[in-house]
Write a protein of this length. Structure first.
Length: 314
């Protein structure tokens, strides 16, 4: 009887310190699961350290190790898509190399998914260990916002770490959009998902590259990719201001006919003009962001460009 195969996808950016620790742990887990074959697919997202050299070393040491090295930094979304597109397993897991996604959880996730009741086993955390108070506040607000304005389900505290069936992975890969927001795509394709609660440990090495600004831009990607509510909101506010302006005109005309038209009120008028102008610029910006996303999609640029794989090793 042919063994089932699990592909482990690990997008990496400057993870040379974490990789030996991660590989040692995931190799240990694979040896415990003797009834399952493994492949380890690492993706180098334009790292500036010796991450690629570590990939080469592991690939020479272990035939199960594969890697894809990008020509430059394309972002984690591109890294996950490249891994999913090239994975050959019956089940596919996406996880980070910093050990905040514990490899030991693969054991539990595999037992859960092979029963056939679920197509995806995902992990979520509510502790947000290591987050500042400000980041915790904005994270909470973000999930409330995206849950309100989007038609897709966004599970608070959901990690990218999940184990999926081949059918679900194929559905995700079929969505070849350039502007990718994987958490939304995972939800959009559907399929039944079971969430397991866990507390994410600290990184074993290195520092996170996710600054507040990068997280903010990533949040905007989620809104623009799976919601048109900002456009509807801009149209609604535009109509509201037109109504207010119409009522104001009637009030001014009636006031002038009854009591004359004394000169005055220019400071308040200037403030109103600046306020309305600011709103106009804001919503022009919103429309511009949607147009820019459409512009990038129309160009049909590749999501990533490969410079090297394990097949290039001599």
């Amino acid at each position: 009887m042919k063994k089932e195969k699990i592909s482990i996808i690990v997008p990496c950016y400057n993870e040379e310190e974490s990789l030996p620790i991660f590989y040692k742990e995931i190799d240990h887990i694979s040896k415990e699961m003797k009834n399952v074959d493994f492949e380890f697919l690492f993706v180098n997202d334009g790292s500036r350290d010796k991450t690629l050299e570590e990939f080469r070393r592991l690939a020479k040491k272990d035939k199960r190790v594969r890697y894809i090295s990008f020509s430059r930094n394309f972002g984690k979304e591109a890294g996950m898509y490249a891994g999913l597109s090239n994975a050959t397993g019956d089940y596919v897991a996406v996880m980070d190399a910093d050990m905040q996604d514990p490899p030991s959880m693969i054991l539990t996730m595999y037992d859960e998914i092979r029963n056939g009741e679920y197509d995806c086993i995902g992990l979520r955390t509510s502790s947000h260990k290591g987050y500042s108070l400000l980041r915790k506040f904005f994270t909470k607000c973000w999930y409330r916002l995206i849950g309100t304005i989007s038609s897709i389900e966004q599970v608070p505290g959901a990690r990218d770490f999940r184990l999926m069936t081949r059918q679900m992975v194929d559905a995700i890969v079929s969505m070849q959009e350039y502007n990718r927001y994987s958490k939304g795509i995972f939800s959009f394709v559907g399929f039944s998902t079971k969430w397991l609660e866990y507390e994410a440990p600290d990184r074993v090495a290195g520092e996170t590259t996710w600054s507040f600004w990068k997280l903010f831009k990533y949040a905007l990607e989620g809104i623009l990719a799976f919601s048109t509510t900002p456009l509807v909101l801009s149209a609604f506010i535009g109509m509201l201001f037109c109504l207010i302006a119409f009522i104001a005109i009637i009030v001014i005309v009636v006031k002038t006919l009854l009591w004359g038209d004394p000169v005055g009120g220019w400071p308040s008028l200037a403030c109103i003009i600046m306020f309305v102008s600011g709103l106009q610029l804001f919503f022009f910006g919103v429309m511009g962001m949607y147009l820019s996303k459409a512009y990038l999609e129309i160009k049909k640029r590749p999501i990533y460009i490969v410079k090297e794989t394990e097949k290039d090793l001599k």
